[in-house]
Design a protein around this ligand. Sequence first.
Ligand code: TXA
Ligand code: MG
Length: 335
Amino acid sequence: MLKFETKTLSTHTAELFQKAVLEAADLLKQGELVVLPTETVYGLAANALDAAAVKKIYEVKGRPSRNPLIVHVNSLEMARECAGEWPAIATEMADEFWPGPLSMVVAKGTKIPDIVTAGGPTVGLRWPSHPFIQAVIAMTGFPLAAPSANLANQVSPTNPHHALLQLGGKVALIVDGGQSQVGIESTVIDVTQSPPVILRPGMLSPGRVAAFQDDRQKALQAGELRSPGQFIKHYSPKAEVLLLRWADISNLLEQLQGRKIDPIKCSVIAHSNVPISSVFKRVSVIPEDAEAYARALYSEFYACDEDGCSHILVEEVPETFEWMGIRDRLKRASA
Ligand code: TXA
Ligand code: MG
């Protein structure tokens, strides 16, 4: 279903930024979808108050109708208007982490159409820090439902080029807001439960969440797969992803031989133990720093797929909590 000649608009000067805000806002007011930059990943946005517009998100992505969407706001006030009951912890967390890569699941308000929450009684809310999506929400005056701007089960875009690969011909407009600075999707926390439960880890580390208030330290627990849309296999490149440890190149080659995998068809993503060798299709190094790693990971997945490799060999990452969101995405990509 290629209906559009997809246009990409730049935002690197004040005039271009303003022009793109106006065009994006116009399309959204007409009930159309627009790909917008956020600090986590690019989003496929629609007016969250317009059920017909939101329906297009599910159609374009091929998203299962039982997977709810995150609603993006640009103030605490707008968040509360989208919510039903608003617990005190939500205000505390918003004060600490908004705007930023935190989505909070709260009771759904009556303003939000059922299709946004996949018929469920709760809604995920996020106030993103990226100035462009903030400006668009300010211009339209309505909240934006926006999942990641990829086809269902594929890797989230972290730049406009990725978004075009995913949704070219399927949307009228992609706004170029540069490389997403966080690089993986937001941390989703259900605050309707006491203690709150992490449904999807992100770069907001549980340590940081717990540290913001000592007496909540023990309260916060990592939930597993509690989001209705959290399927194990998710965020996957086309190539098969293998999480491996190796002592040196010959040890890695032995492991591949054991699995009957041809190294020349493999891409390696390493952070510490780099097997520099022309026996692989490509070898990329991402720094062993969780924030830098998250920022670069999806671009590496896209690059490996563009190279047409059969396997992506990812060096296992540290077990510490800073890496929790990254470990979650690697586990899903390799499932
Ligand atoms: O960083 C992000 O969150 C990006 C950017 C665009 O904001 N958005 C994003 O949306 O990753 P999406 O749709 O790809 O992932 C949203 C996740 C899904 O796992 C969904 O199941 C969960 O959030 N979610 C949304 N609303 C929920 C709710 N009411 N209850 C439980 N989980 C919810
Ligand atoms: Mg997604």
